[in-house]
Design a protein around this ligand. Structure first.
Ligand code: CDP
Length: 207
């Protein structure tokens, strides 16, 4: 079974994808980490994130980077949203994601364009959303736990900026696939969100 989980920043898609992976015993790929690794590498090599050729050069990042907690930093997320708008960056990461998606036995991927570009043939697609305030609250709590001192207002502004960039770009913008099942987690606990996701996937499987 191939499951696609898409949605904006801090919507809960990563938590849901990980829980689904555990529930169904499937391998999981957080595709945001790939773009974050490119962003981090651009910064490390002092390249220009606005230049497509520079960002493409960083797609050949060191695999060990993927395990570095620095990738979760807010500024790396902002930079990821800049480099991910370049079509050639998306093209450079495409084959790797498709291979993961189509491995024997199935997989779960979460990101922005899994249901639309990476795996339009997915057996079940979820589009996870929540209000910007709720998402900023979650991200702010998460960053604070990791020692960040960013204010709530700054995190909210960053989330809004990233939403606008991810949805407004020409290359694989963040949009809900026509056959995706919407899931709003604004007023759901983690447990309730995961239970709702499993119910939706089961409903799709039964059809
Ligand atoms: O965890 P969060 O939702 O904040 O971010 P993420 O999923 O790690 O993604 C970081 C950035 O990478 C996003 O803002 C997108 O610009 C980009 N991204 C993308 O373009 N396509 C994907 N499939 C995943 C992430």
């Amino acid at each position: 079974m191939l499951i696609a989980v898409d949605g904006p920043a801090a919507s809960g898609k990563g938590t849901i994808a990980k829980a689904l992976a555990r529930h169904y015993g499937l391998p999981h790929l957080d595709t945001g980490l790939l773009y974050r690794a490119v962003a981090f590498t651009v910064r490390r090599l002092e390249l220009d994130p606005e230049k497509e050729a520079d960002a493409v050069a960083a797609c050949d990042f060191d695999e060990l980077t993927l395990a570095d907690p620095v990738l979760r930093d807010d500024d790396v997320g902002q930079l990821a949203s800049l480099v991910s708008a370049h079509p050639l960056v998306r093209a450079a990461l495409l084959a790797r994601q498709r291979r993961f998606a189509h491995q024997p036995g199935g997989a779960i991927l979460d990101g922005r364009d899994i249901g639309t570009v990476i795996a339009p043939d997915a057996d079940a697609k979820l589009f996870v959303r929540a209000t910007p305030q709720v998402r900023a609250r979650r991200r702010h709590d998460e960053l604070r736990r990791r020692g960040s001192t960013l204010s709530f207002d700054r995190v909210l502004a960053d989330i809004r900026a990233r939403d606008a960039r991810d949805s407004g770009r020409d290359a694989a913008p963040l949009v809900q696939a026509a056959d995706a099942m919407p899931l709003d987690t604004s007023f759901l606990s983690v447990e309730a969100s995961v239970a709702a996701a499993i119910t939706l996937v089961e409903g799709r499987r039964a059809r």
